[in-house]
Design a protein around this ligand. Sequence first.
Ligand SMILES: [Zn+2]
Length: 306
Amino acid sequence: MDIGARSRLAFLGGARRGSARTVATAVLVAMTCGASTLAAPSQAAQAAPPPGAASSAPASGAWGVMASGASGTTASGAWGATASGAWGAAALSAPDDRTGTGPLPRPRVDCRRVKCVALTFDDGPGPYTDTLLAYLAAYHAHATFFVVGGNVVTYPRVLRRTVAAGHEIGNHTWSHPDLTRLPPARVRSQLGRTDQAIRAVTGVVPRLVRPPYGALNATVRRQTDRPMVLWSVDTLDWRFRSSATVARRALRSVRPGSVILFHDIHPTTVRAMPRVLRKLAKRGYRFVTVSELFGGHPPRLVFGAP
Ligand SMILES: [Zn+2]
């Protein structure tokens, strides 16, 4: 199932209106990591909101949208990065999460003044992550790694090197389940166990969460007050195991403020990165973490520039 940018934007629009959560989950499952838990496509088609719903957000600069991250009221504008609807409200009600405190990372780049893009890598760390770190270093690029707890304990040294290189670490659960199918206590344990593993290995507690498959609903949102980070450019690299295709998909849709989704567990993806980095650097982009993209204060729900 090839879901193009328009469908994705359509979904994002729907998400902001708080509609069709179940269907949205199904769509993102298909987009991200394969179709193993995919709902019927006809169901997705039925509830898909009209295209273009999410594309009207003005790009007033990442920092402009940071909007009350702590209170959970979320930004309504700009990179449209947040849900002002049901999800935002849900996030307000139960700030029971105690992690992610401590000094805010100091942004190295002012994304209000320069072109920024946030490269994000999911599902690692893995055997190709070190190669990726070398590619990123060659371009002074900082990225965000949404790691899986089970892999953190398998590749602790890789994660330490990732942190030492200045990259941001996000929580991508312990075993990569669809969180919308779990009871709240298990959602919390998926996140908490991963936090502990990351902290034990690096001393860092992740400030950001990316739900597997992008699968979110109000119940999941209530289990943490940390920003939930989705994406605005999907390379579908889990499906297209071709470096040329992955690079092309990243390069054709990127714009200032984009959050690009990759998976560093695929060697084809890692091999695509020199081309992606070279071309984007040539276009004047700076490679920043998700937190830096938002001036240190990511909104409650992050998509990035559409
Ligand atoms: Zn994932």
